[in-house]
Design a protein around this ligand. Sequence first.
Ligand SMILES: Cc1cc2nc3c(=O)[nH]c(=O)nc-3n(C[C@H](O)[C@H](O)[C@H](O)COP(=O)(O)O)c2cc1C
Length: 239
Amino acid sequence: MSVLEEAVIGGCTDGLGRIDEIMAGRSACREFCDTPVPRQAIEHILRVARFAPSGANIQPWHVYVLAGAAKDGVSAALLEAHETSSGEHMSEYRYYASDLPDPYLRRRQEFGRLFYGSLGIAQTDVEARSRQTAKNYTFFGAPVGLIVTIDRRLEVGSWLDLGMFVQNVMLAAAGRGLQSCPQETFSKYHRILRPLLSIPPEQMVVCGISIGRARVQETKRLMPRANVDEFATFAGFEA
Ligand SMILES: Cc1cc2nc3c(=O)[nH]c(=O)nc-3n(C[C@H](O)[C@H](O)[C@H](O)COP(=O)(O)O)c2cc1C
């Protein structure tokens, strides 16, 4: 059984559906090659991703799609800010609870070990970690970068909808053989992104998504997942 099959069905002998393969095969790509992705491919991805469900079908998403000089201009401005004035910028929303309880704290610590371990970066090496963070702002070398925003007048329910849309974008990309990385790091520099992309004041920068072809095709999933019995409670099924 392939690693992918094990990831999905964990010992069962059923075949994998195409959609299962895409979901279990997607992972965050942080090293892209510069092979261009045509505008039509991104338009196709967005045409499919827009079928994400949303409460009362309000479709609370907006994306700024960047390539070429537009993307490079954004990267240069954010890299400069990251190097010279990082402490002066802050996201408009809080992604993580400040006091993370278990099991989330334990999982985040495991993420740190696996992620920095895979890059050969000691978790205490602040400069190397900052250099890795900086790579976010180059969209990890991807030819296309999306900046995703939401209207700040909407409530938390609409953020659920937005998450589904973001996942749809990444799955539609994977279905076309493209890799992606969702990136909350972009929200920190909303003050720089706003004038560069003409983002209206009511829109809040939520995240970015890098899209392209991986420099090296990953054969093994880096980030594990909890088993189903750790997060699902069943009732009413026959034994
Ligand atoms: C909304 C969101 C924001 C994220 N932001 C970043 C980011 O800023 N930089 C980054 O390298 N990875 C980011 N990630 C990727 C996560 O670290 C990754 O999804 C997680 O470790 C699980 O790994 P996998 O997606 O490869 O399975 C983000 C993921 C999500 C869903």
